[in-house]
Design a binder for this molecule. Structure first.
Ligand SMILES: Cc1cc2nc3c(=O)[nH]c(=O)nc-3n(C[C@H](O)[C@H](O)[C@H](O)COP(=O)(O)OP(=O)(O)OC[C@H]3O[C@@H](n4cnc5c(N)ncnc54)[C@H](O)[C@@H]3O)c2cc1C
Length: 381
């Protein structure tokens, strides 16, 4: 029988964000921790961007940050006033390298590689079934970040945020490094809500990402066509090389996720930490990890950790309802939002941190009739 105090399933953003906070607290020095993943995390498989108005837990590995953001919607380019926020970028590879370097220095942490098949709880024993072996452990607290899409028959809205990004490079200086584009809706909307964001990481390199909020993904070549078209038409660049590429899919659903289920605590996307209306997840993972570690250190029940508020779940559902039924496109909604509100207020709202009064003032700037109709549909039993 293996003896662990904690078992973390998945060494992605959520598993590692939690583990790094455990390592940072002396409370866990004598606790045995097991980390399980099917992959060795040695690829730059994603780039996380998020806004933050203070120093963050992973600030030392932030690759780039911007104080100036632009938004292109229905009216001409708007410079966003994001103060006191900064828009930050962390590269997957820097995050993984940093975390695994720290883990290496901790004799109380073991790593096991293998495809997880199931976790079986018995009275005095937990069996973790990996593809090629079974681990028999004494009871432990399990955090699970392995996401399984839910059963489509649950009748919840299921959209996907899917995107392809190219890190492009020019021979001579071309990009204004301090100036990033948060959303550019000048691209056609034939597939549904579609936009591009542009994040210059130097004067010769920028990450250009074509993003959609729709029920289905596109053919791989369609993303490439749209990226090429955008770079030619809007960045006015015809000579560049592609240094790196990334592709991703993030679920956008109004399904309610459980924090505790079947003897495990769910974290990350699997624990509902994706903001359903935007796909942003990284900062919600940070908040959840901090809550978990604080509760463990204070010997408080994890069940007291606040789950996402019903109010924000309702707002997200209304927005998803509008997008899914195509009553209003993301271009119209986000254009109106950014035209009529300060970006810093919008960021606070999208972080689920506004007061009801602030939310009402923000919502009153949106398209009243479609939002009202979608709200009634969401409230319908
Ligand atoms: C390309 C990409 C870019 C993104 N960019 C942003 C962004 O800019 N901002 C933002 O806020 N969010 C972003 N996200 C969304 C979200 O932040 C990330 O998906 C984040 O990595 C989610 O963390 P997680 O721990 O829940 O999942 P993951 O990081 O995916 O971790 C899950 C882990 O579980 C492992 N695993 C899965 N199945 C099994 C199995 N059966 N057995 C064993 N191990 C398994 C995987 O190998 C992985 O390491 C992005 C997502 C993607 C895919």
């Amino acid at each position: 029988m293996l003896k662990y105090d904690f078992i973390i399933l998945g060494s992605g953003a959520a598993g590692l964000s939690l583990l790094m906070r455990m390592i940072a607290s002396s409370h866990f020095n004598n606790k045995k921790i097991l980390l399980i993943d099917r992959d060795i995390k040695n690829k730059n498989d994603r780039t996380w961007c998020f806004w933050e108005n203070k120093d963050g837990f992973f600030d030392h590995i932030v690759y780039k940050k911007w104080s100036q953001l632009s938004f292109y919607g229905e009216s001409p380019n708007a410079a966003l006033d994001i103060h006191p926020y900064q828009y930050k970028m962390i590269r997957g590879i820097d995050f993984y390298n940093y975390c695994f370097e720290r883990i290496k220095q901790c004799p109380n942490i073991d790593i096991k590689y293998g495809e997880l098949k199931s976790v079986v709880h018995e009275t005095e024993k937990i069996t973790i079934c990996l593809e090629e072996e079974e681990l028999h452990c004494t009871p432990a607290i399990i955090f699970n970040s392995i996401y399984k899409p839910s059963d489509p028959s649950k009748k919840k809205i299921q959209l996907l945020q899917h995107f392809k990004g190219w890190l492009i490079e020019t021979d001579s200086p071309y990009f204004v490094e301090e100036q990033a584009t948060l959303m550019d809706f000048r691209v056609h909307q034939r597939y549904g809500t579609s936009f591009v964001y542009v994040l210059p990481v130097s004067d010769k390199r920028a990450l250009v990402e074509y993003t959609l909020f729709t029920p289905q993904t596109l053919e791989p070549r369609q993303y490439d066509t749209e990226l090429k078209d955008y770079i030619g038409r809007f960045l006015k660049l015809d000579k560049f090389t592609i240094a790196e590429q990334e592709f991703g899919i993030i679920p956008m659903t109004n399904e309610r996720f459980h924090f505790y289920q079947s003897g495990m605590y769910y974290i990350g996307i699997a624990g509902g930490q994706t903001k359903a209306s935007t796909g942003y997840t990284f900062q919600f993972i940070q908040k959840q990890s901090q809550h978990i570690v604080d509760s463990l250190v204070q010997n408080q029940s994890l069940s007291l950790i606040p789950t996402s508020s019903r109010r924000f779940h309702f707002y997200d559902s209304v927005l998803l309802q509008l997008l899914a039924t195509k009553k209003l496109g993301g271009k119209e909604i986000f254009s109106r939002l950014f035209q009529r509100n300060k970006a810093s207020r919008i960021f606070k709202f999208l972080d689920n941190e506004t007061s009801l009064k602030e939310e009402l003032s923000l919502i009153s700037t949106l398209q009243t009739f479609p939002f009202l109709k979608a709200s009634l549909q969401v409230l319908k039993p």
